[in-house]
Design a protein around this ligand. Sequence first.
Ligand code: G6P
Length: 605
Amino acid sequence: MCGIMGYTGTLPAVPIIIKGLEGLEYRGYDSAGLGVIKAGEISVYKTQGSPEKLWNTVPENLISSVGVGHTRWATHGAPTAQNAHPHLSPDGLFTVVHNGIIENFAALKSELEEQGYIFNSETDTEVVAYLLEKEYKGDVKSAITNVLTRLEGSYALGILCNDYPDTIFCAKYSSPLFVSLESDGGYIASDVSVLPKNAGKIYKIGDKEIGILSKDELKVFDIDGCRIRKTEIKVRDIKNLEGKGEYAHYMLKEIYEQPQAVEDTLESIIVNSRIKLNTLRLTKEKIKRINRIEFIACGSAYHAGAVGAYIAQKLMGIPCEAYIASEYRYSNPVPDENTLAVIISQSGETADTLAALREAKRHNAKIVSIINAPLSTIAQESDSVILTKAGKEVAVATTKAFSAQLVVIYALCTRLAYSSGKINKARYSELIEQMKNLPEKIREILKNDREYKALADELKDINYTCFIGRGVDYCAAMEGALKLKEVSYTHCEAYAAGELKHGTISLIEQGTPVVAVAAQSSVSQKTVSNIRECKARGAKIICIGNENSFTPDADDKMLLIPQTEDLFKTSLTVIPMQLIAYYTALNKGCSIDKPKNLAKSVTVE
Ligand code: G6P
């Protein structure tokens, strides 16, 4: 992962770079650094922790108008200042920031060490700086070209060379990199959201392209040295970040933005009570030929995919499965031209998800992606893209993007089932009506905020929590458990309710909280039997469901959600669990928006 920001122009570079890095913290925030050139000399500043700490590290009187910076999520070597980027070549001529993983770095490092080079960090990146020094004979472009031919893995690189003190060199493979040309200079960044919103032009650097950026020009070359004419990209839908407002944390703000995110998303795909997926490039004939649907994603997006698999299989009556993207590629998958691969990703840049997309494509599957970032690599490589309208999500733990993904999945499954004749018009209309009512029902649940806060107060000293559910309730349980562990560092796990008795029940003892999602009327009574098994062993039950799901004892807690279509229950059951996770983390004094060891956009395998 990691974020890159660079600037060359007429303004002081340091504030531009640090502010840019602050906007890229979702890519990692364990250490940061920047390098600037002044009078042909490089100065490098690094710190452990997030980019804002760079303000204290850089001397106030440092004025330079060219530099590159980096915010890191450690992959090779601990998150120390020493391992923070930029990394320098031994002669100090080259400065390199890198996002990605150089997979063959160990071999390259040994080769360089045999030649007498001594390394200063544990990172994979340092080999790039050293190789640049070795390959440099006065022409930076050829040096970079030669170095790229040696690299395996993924990279977005920002490079300074003291011999060209007004220029930023860049190159990328697999990791994203954007360039913007403005009246005050040239910018590079891992994400368009941190580029200036002036009238300038934005370009996306392509794989194995080399960019040479000065304050008023960008020249791009392919790996054979031929000049490429880049087309400006149109940037829409990048809402300016408005800050946390009245909320203590972005996570809480984003939880509260969910009714709007769901409403905006639904409004973009349901018109006059019909599902209009204008970007879905599938004819009715092709839809009818689909005989298998694979939902592929990571993290919370995988949980949304798991919901999709249940719904699609129920509505379509064909085999539908959810895959963890990092497993997909290595599981000898068997999609074919009649398979629909639904790729789900908030960022659209998750490396494992992208690799799985490419694998499904290699087998000729039709690719539909559900994405929150329209300019992302996954969006570009998909046959069809359906956008979620969650707006920018800042907290690492996703909430509103997940909720927006769910409703796109509902609409997609409903539309596919209707177009292939698997459901009739009445069922189609009924499902659409239920979808349209979801934002209001989420609003209703949010009104119970105090109840969830009180429950979190009771849970604050707990160190193990178990989540159970069946069907889509199980998917919700997985998401609830993930939320609690990622923000409050409470050990917890989600279990298919019927599977608990095959092992995990041994962990239940007096007072162990069991969060049981029992909202789906078709299976809630089965889950209640599993609740009873837990109660018999001393568990404290927190049940999320409807009035008739479960009758709680005095020690238990029943969290009621409004009624809706069984298949769409996750949209409602997940909300109390998000708030419980939030308030538990608050009670424990955790770093809620930036939990330890995590990053929002995971661009390494
Ligand atoms: C990280 C984030 C999760 C997210 C997952 C997949 O782990 O912390 O919130 O669900 O990546 O990210 P994506 O951008 O592909 O949805």
